[in-house]
Design a protein around this ligand. Sequence first.
Ligand SMILES: [Zn+2]
Length: 329
Amino acid sequence: MTYSNLVFPDIKHLVEKLHFNPEEGKIWLAEQRTVLMGLGALSSFRKEIITTLGMARAKGFFMRLGYYSGMRDAELAKKLNPDADPDQAFLTGPQLHCLRGMVKVIPLALEYDPAKKHFYAEFEWVDSFEVEICRMSLGQLDEPACWMLLGYACAYSSYFTGLDIQFREVECRGQGDQHCRIVGKVASEWPDHEEFSHLFREAPLIDELYELQSRIADLEQSLGYPENLPKAIGEAPPFTSALEMIDRGANAEVTMLLIGETGTGKEVLARRVHSMSSRKDGPFVAVNCAAIPPELIESELFGVEKGAFTGATQSRKGDLRGLMLELFF
Ligand SMILES: [Zn+2]
């Protein structure tokens, strides 16, 4: 059916479904619990999402928010108009947008023929809440700004008709046009319908982060950075020059003596040398020599045979036995 002079049904039948129950802290629109929220909070939230995710991701994020709302309102529209003509019942969606205070919708054209699977619609949006929140925090955009409203229109029309419908906002006051105007058609009639449909798919950032983490690990490995390199943190010139010297020596066949006060990080640096050396696949043995009595240090390090001295009741390997090619701290 084609309408040349589209007129909405009386909105009274929808207003009657709106119930405020402040004693219980609830607002109901038919069976949907709903909330009142000021534009100031939404405006700040949109700005934060754009800052966090970038403009393209934020657009998809808000379009999906509108999409979920449109899906539910399509169910609601069918329930509220069980006996109405499908094309009359369809107009409940744009009227719900008006009732929710999101935008004033002026229908310009609607051609909906379920038998022929034909759909074409044009609506003008007046005083879109999204144009207003963009003005509050973002200023004029260089693309249409009514993302949630557009997502809603796509989902509502698709779920109501059972066809895959896509809308485009062909004019938007958010980008400096005189009006906001949308055009809806069966998706396949839009040349860019596949690319557009990606906006409605979830795009979890976490998968990308894991992939990037994996790529960084591969790159580090190909650059020869040892895995789990012990962290030596410091900016003082004497420290950084000592660190450079230690790193240079780690791959060389040299003896290295690290000295310093207790707690200055000798073991951290020793572990770093081990991790960067050709002996990194062998064991790292830390021995606190100061805790070993002088008369026992030889047996502790190099082992002892049973009966070698009083108290040596059995043979025992020392900490350094078999580690002569490894690193000893
Ligand atoms: Zn707009």
